[in-house]
Write a new protein. Sequence first.
Length: 454
Amino acid sequence: MTTLWARQALLPDGWAQNVTVVFDKAGEISHVSADSPKGHAHEVPILLPAPVNSHSHAFQRAMAGLTERRGPNPTDSFWTWRDLMFRFLDRLSPEQIEAITAFVQMEMLEAGYATNVEFHYIHHQPGGVAYDNLAELSERVASASAQSGIGLTLLPVHYQYGGLDKRPLGAGQIRFGTDLDQFSQLFAGASRAVAQLPADCRMGVAPHSLRAVAPEALTQLATLTEGPYHMHLAEQIAEVEEAQAALGQRPVEWMLDHMEPNAGMTFIHCTQMLAHETKGLAQSGAIAGLCPITESSLGDGVFDGVRWFEAGGRISIGSDSNIRIALSEELRTLDYSQRLRDHSRAALATTEQSTGRRLFEATLQGGALSAGRKTGQIAPGYLADLMALDGDHVDLTGNKGDTLLDSYIFAGDDRMVKDVWSAGRHMVQNGQHSNKDKIVAAYRKAMRDLKDDI
């Protein structure tokens, strides 16, 4: 058993002082009590539940900083960025994918995330030929998780077509492609790999998008698992226009009419929604998987967070392209986008909760559903997914309660994160991952080899 004692902790019913938290070898919390003596427990100043990173394409971390020049196209956009991404990934080897993924997961832990939900869509060799082991690259993601110690929810991605007209995949997409039979085999192999990880790790499924998966296949994919179901939805104007032309409806309209969204489903981005779509999808119980840094980088648009929350909607937060893995900055960027659009301040606060408290708790609750993981609370029966902030940090001096979260999100950064536990595994101590040197060395080698090749 491990015992922590926190001077301040965020519990399900609010802030408490002098909190004892006990968890077992399996990483499950067995006891929580406030106003308790320290005894021989390990002391932390400020203890929070550690959120889920609900959407990641790990390999894109290696592209960070490489796509910030304007090419010959005067309307450089998401679609030109995507072309560059396709050319880049055609050079990645299994060993490089494993090294990059382990590095990404290490950075997630150091940023305060306890869980990586990996939306994993590279399956084949360059050129599109399947590996002898269909699940080769899924196994590499699982192996990276074993190195980093992060809680993993692996979502193999089904990606069959190049568009809603069912055109063949383009040259940059052929490493992704599967038909339903092949995907079922791949999913089974990935499930075997995840079963070798600690018991808190999970499987789910991810049809890539309406562009890439036939509408009739969406319900079939849901039968493969009882785990989470994730899908890109309404990210780009061109995507909306293509859906309107092919299906006669906008993507969210079609989803609401044909798929019965629910709390087991996470729809990623949702930056191109009309008011009635926002309200309808929020009221369905589905989670909006938001990636504010990536959505800003790609010019996706601004999620309608004010209307979404007013309709009772749930959110989770992901680092997506992983160009910058920064939990506090994701939350800050989300809130600031609402302020800029509406010319307001504290757009997502309520009379009962500050902006930081509302965003942080919403991220905890929605992230747990997105990951299919019993997390998001410091309470008996929940996983010990925990993060401790540095009580000596200058920007936290003298702060208590919700002001701690507001200062962390709006005045600080991830240097405030001192310790992180994932299902009780103490992977970050004094701000540094326990296996950092080895993971960084492998990532450096992968990057040197890639850049020499590019």
